[in-house]
Design a protein around this ligand. Sequence first.
Ligand SMILES: N[C@@H](CCC(=O)N[C@@H](CS)C(=O)NCC(=O)O)C(=O)O
Length: 125
Amino acid sequence: MIVKILRNVTGAVVVAADLLTRWSRVKRSAQGQAKVADSTKSMKLYHFLGCPFCVKTRRAMYKLNLPIETRSASQGSPHRESLLNGGGKVKVPCLHIQHDDGKEEWMYESKSIIQYLNSQFADIK
Ligand SMILES: N[C@@H](CCC(=O)N[C@@H](CS)C(=O)NCC(=O)O)C(=O)O
């Protein structure tokens, strides 16, 4: 019980700190942003609101100006089961990518996800 309360309080502090310290995001040409929007349509980020690794990942998405749909994997959410069935474990963050060739990818680890997003989108102006 106390652990749960502490976890919730920490999560709320992390989320508030994140929102209060979001500075600039990448600005692109309309064409560049449209290209990004088109590519990110095939991506979903499974996350928990107060998870520090998810906050780190969402901040990278914000900074790169990526309109990726976020899906809560908290207890009781239907997305939790999709994550378990698709990715094999309930661990967040997890980036689900539906590739053009029909292959699906469930990418775990905040560091890998951030590296991947930077490699795909940082150079689009
Ligand atoms: N090394 C991982 C750590 C991710 C992690 O530990 N996530 C926790 C939430 S903060 C989790 O999903 N735990 C499984 C659970 O709570 O069911 C990363 O950087 O993404």
